[in-house]
Design a protein around this ligand. Structure first.
Ligand SMILES: Nc1ncnc2c1ncn2[C@@H]1O[C@H](COP(=O)(O)OP(=O)(O)O)[C@@H](O)[C@H]1O
Ligand SMILES: CC(C)(COP(=O)(O)O)[C@@H](O)C(=O)NCCC(=O)O
Ligand SMILES: [K+]
Length: 260
């Protein structure tokens, strides 16, 4: 009984194969492909994988991309692709968005993963879930598992491209993060990094004010490691947060199917 988890973002598809559809399952293989390369998965990375018994994914990259991923999944003819959609409540997480279905499903799944980590280590605490990918999301879960709301910011790449295309004088290589940047490259890189760090610190304080208890902060996403050195709040870097959420949802759905 192997399980394939897939997370399709706006830049890359991330996949991981586990020996079972439940949290704590053993990771058998994993990889990532830029969206320009997803049409090669069945011919390349996935070709040598043992056939997964079940698959669950989340996709924020749009319907055409999702269909292209499903074409690759046809490699395993018995497999019935299943995609999570954001809902009003799932796996103990309650969705406080005005229109729950409009919440990015990667955010929803990451929060479900974070909630499981939180319950295992610090029940009774709120959670702050930061995902640094193409965009950056900074989401708040209260101590009962209710999603209170969150920020969306441009990611590092989008910030730099926006500045480059909106100005005459900002076309410079990537710089270093400095407290007091003294050249354009460092000023741009530091500005982007501290904009994200500042949003995280603000949400930390928003949650503390709302809940009266400091949140446990989870950091994930392809560029999460880039932010790690610059955060002033305690955090846990959990690269697998979305996969952990998918495993949790898959376990829950299997239990529901098994119920008489
Ligand atoms: N090896 C890498 N190649 C390209 N981008 C990387 C790499 N490692 C980290 N990144 C950063 O991670 C981002 C993509 O992260 P990811 O979580 O896959 O995004 P998304 O979920 O939006 O597709 C890129 O925008 C880039 O800043
Ligand atoms: C905010 C996002 C673009 C993040 O995408 P990513 O950086 O993971 O590619 C995605 O979660 C999304 O399309 N959300 C829908 C809008 C919302 O969450 O309100
Ligand atoms: K993502």
């Amino acid at each position: 009984m192997t399980f394939l988890a897939i997370d399709v973002g706006n830049t890359r598809l991330k996949w991981a194969q586990y020996d079972a559809p439940r949290p704590g399952a053993r990771l058998l293989a994993h990889g990532a492909a830029f969206l320009e390369r997803i049409d090669e998965l069945a011919e390349q990375e996935w070709k040598s994988l043992p056939a997964p018994t079940a698959m669950l994914g989340c996709c924020v990259a749009g319907e055409p991309i999702r269909r292209r991923v499903e074409e690759q999944l046809e490699l395993w003819s018995h497999l019935d692709p299943s995609w999570v959609v954001s809902s009003a409540a799932e796996c103990g997480v309650v969705n406080g968005y005005d229109h729950p279905g409009r919440l990015g499903v990667d955010r929803w799944v990451a929060m479900i993963g974070a909630r499981a980590h939180l319950l295992a280590q610090a029940p009774g605490r709120p959670a702050l879930v930061v995902m640094v990918g193409t965009a950056v999301t900074v989401d708040a879960l209260d101590e009962t598992g209710r999603f209170l709301g969150g920020f969306i910011l441009p990611g590092h790449g989008i910030m730099l491209r926006a500045l480059e295309s909106g100005t005459a004088g900002l076309r410079v290589p990537t710089g270093d993060v400095r407290d007091f940047p003294t050249n354009t490259s460092d000023a741009l890189t530091s500005g982007g990094t501290y904009a994200i760090a500042g949003a995280i610190e603000r949400m930390y304080r928003n949650i503390l004010r709302r809940c009266g208890v400091p949140p446990v902060c989870f950091l994930t996403g392809g560029a999460g490691w880039k932010m790690a050195p610059y955060l002033t709040v305690d955090f846990q870097l959990v690269e697998s947060l979305v996969f952990d959420g998918l495993l949790r949802i898959a376990e829950q759905r299997a239990a529901e199917r098994a119920r008489p």
